[in-house]
Design a protein. Sequence first.
Length: 296
Amino acid sequence: MLVADTWTLATIFNKWLVYGSALVAAGGVWFVLAQPMLPAATRQLTVRVTFVAAVLGVLTTLGRLAVQAGYLIDEGWRGMIDPDILRLVLEGPLGTSSAVRVAALVLVAGLAVAGRRRVWLPATGAVLVAASFALSGHTSGDAGALIGSLLVLHLVAVSFWLGALWPLYRLADGSVPRAATAVAAERFGRQAVGIVAVLLAAGATLAWLLLGSVPALYATGYGRTLLAKLAFVGALLCLAAVNKWRLVPALGGTDRAAADRAAIALRRSIGVEAFIFAAVLLVSAVLTSATVLPAG
């Protein structure tokens, strides 16, 4: 069943912003940690983007509480600031999830001032960002702990990939030597093999636990929405394969003209990846806001 009233649309849009900003922020931490040989300018840019994304994540998370209050009381925009309803929201799972996420994003934002000895603080925040999403939603019941753990693994993998897009895009713009770009891209490609394996394994197990059967994948609104998400993920995997096996090797080759063409193609490919990721997050927001899990 798909519901599309004003508050549901507001919830979907808000969740889309929360997912994007929080996961980009967490991913920025993973990218910096996974790329110790980054050029200084690229590292500084990644840290700035991470900080901005963390701030946006805090603001949209707080906005999520207000939207939920408005949804519950349904008295127009005034309901979003009703003290009693806000208190009710804060006392529930969404309040707990939001509090953890805000604290986690503060730690993530600390990447801007954390030295090498204190980098574990933003890294802890990046893990807690993923964990915050498991504190509300479909993590109750007998399989709640397993579903929550799988969701955390899935979101850590997603954030790792998502957080790498902007710095890799900038690395390929010619502002740093091609050799440095090739090293970073090749290193990310090797790391991404394991990350994608975790993402797919955790995601597939989650889908099985939540749906309960193969027919539910095409016979229910939840399943069909999930299929749409999987189609976008398939497109992402195809682009990633082209990047890893074709563009990145050319980027590090001795043919300068071929390397320049590969850099342009890589930037274009990463731009398309970012667009598809936005679609994946939007479908995810629809999945958790406007569809109902199959009974059983």
